[in-house]
Structures are given as C-alpha cells and as structure tokens.
Ligand binder design. Structure first.
Ligand code: ZN
Length: 190
C-alpha cells in the first residue's frame, strides 16, 4: 500500500470507530524519497470519512505544498513532531469523545495494559495552546520527544507510530482506556 492509500485507509478507520467527528481530526504519514522527507496529510475542513486520493496533500518537511490543496490546520504540529522524531512515520490527531473529555477535566489518564510497555503511570498532558498555532506545534513536539501519545488540554489527543497504522491503533486504544476510566469513576461513586 502506498502512503496516500495508507492515509485514506486509516482516516476511514478512525472515522468509523467514532474517534473523529464531523470534519475534525487529521492523519499524516512520512516517507523518505531521494534522501528527502515527504509528508502526506489529510486536508483542512473535510470529513475523514469521505476523502479521496486527490484530497491528500503532499508537502516537504518545511510544509511547502508539493501536490494538492490546503493541508490540515495542524500541519505545523505534524511537521514539528517529524522533525523531533526520526523514528516516527505516522501521526493521528483526534478529538475522540472520552479522551477529549479527560482533556477538559483535571483527571489524568492512566496508561493501562494493552499497548506497548508502560513506562509512565499517566499519559502526558500539555497546557492549552490555540489549535493550529506554532505554540501548539512547539509544545506538542517537545512533549512527544520520549512519548508516543499526548493529551492536549481542552482539545484532544495526538498519537505517534513507526507506521500510520500504529498511530491509528494507539488513538483507538487511548479512547478505550479513557472510556474504561470514565466508567470506573462513575461506578466508584455509586
Ligand atoms: Zn484538533
């Protein structure tokens, strides 16, 4: 599967699992061609459910559009993460309901068993920065230096992977553990 097909397939995957709603969320991938990084990313203001090949935007690592229209408003965040992490080739950003609910609360999200090694008890969270801003790109990429997933306060989550599939699986996993912790918090109040 090529990079663009991969993006289309993970976009559909996260949409169908209700991890993105409306026109929110974005997916990107990186491949190296002739020693240069090529980034493919979903476009701005289009549902991830109905993307076609021609909707996917190709840029270089500096964000210059090579093919396609207007990229996701979070392109800068994706690029900053790729620059920081040589090992990352896929990024998925969502506002999935439960994980995002936690981002609007004072509760930290515990990293439960089921996806890789648990190195820290809680998933890292950064203070609110305006979506699409350079500030968000800077803070998110620094915070993700040694982590594979991040909660953006009052906004959503970002997950990384060595492949786009891996990043997609991780957002799904985090939404699942957020749901589990939401339910357990409710039950424990009964
Ligand atoms: Zn967002």
């Amino acid at each position: 599967m090529n990079l663009v097909e991969n993006i289309l397939s993970i976009s559909k995957y996260v949409f169908e699992r209700n991890l993105v709603l409306g026109k929110a969320g974005n997916v990107s991938g990186r491949k190296r061609e002739n020693d240069e990084d090529l980034i493919a990313i979903t476009p701005t203001l289009k549902s991830l459910n109905r993307l076609k090949e021609e909707d996917i935007v190709l840029t270089n690592i500096d964000g210059d559009v090579l093919i396609g229209g207007v990229p996701s408003s979070e392109l800068q965040m994706h690029l900053a993460i790729y620059k920081e992490r040589e090992d990352v080739n896929g990024i998925v950003h969502t506002h999935s309901p439960y994980a995002t609910g936690f981002s609007f609360s004072n509760f930290n999200l515990k990293r439960l068993e089921g996806f890789g090694k648990i190195e820290k008890e809680y998933i890292k969270k950064i203070p609110y920065k305006i979506p699409g801003s350079h500030e968000l790109a800077k803070h998110a990429s620094i915070a993700l230096k040694n982590d594979d997933v991040l909660i953006l306060e009052n906004h959503g989550i970002v997950a990384l992977g060595s492949t786009i599939e891996e990043a997609g699986d991780l957002v799904e996993f985090v939404e699942g553990i957020a749901k589990t912790q939401f339910i357990s918090k409710l039950l424990n109040r009964l």
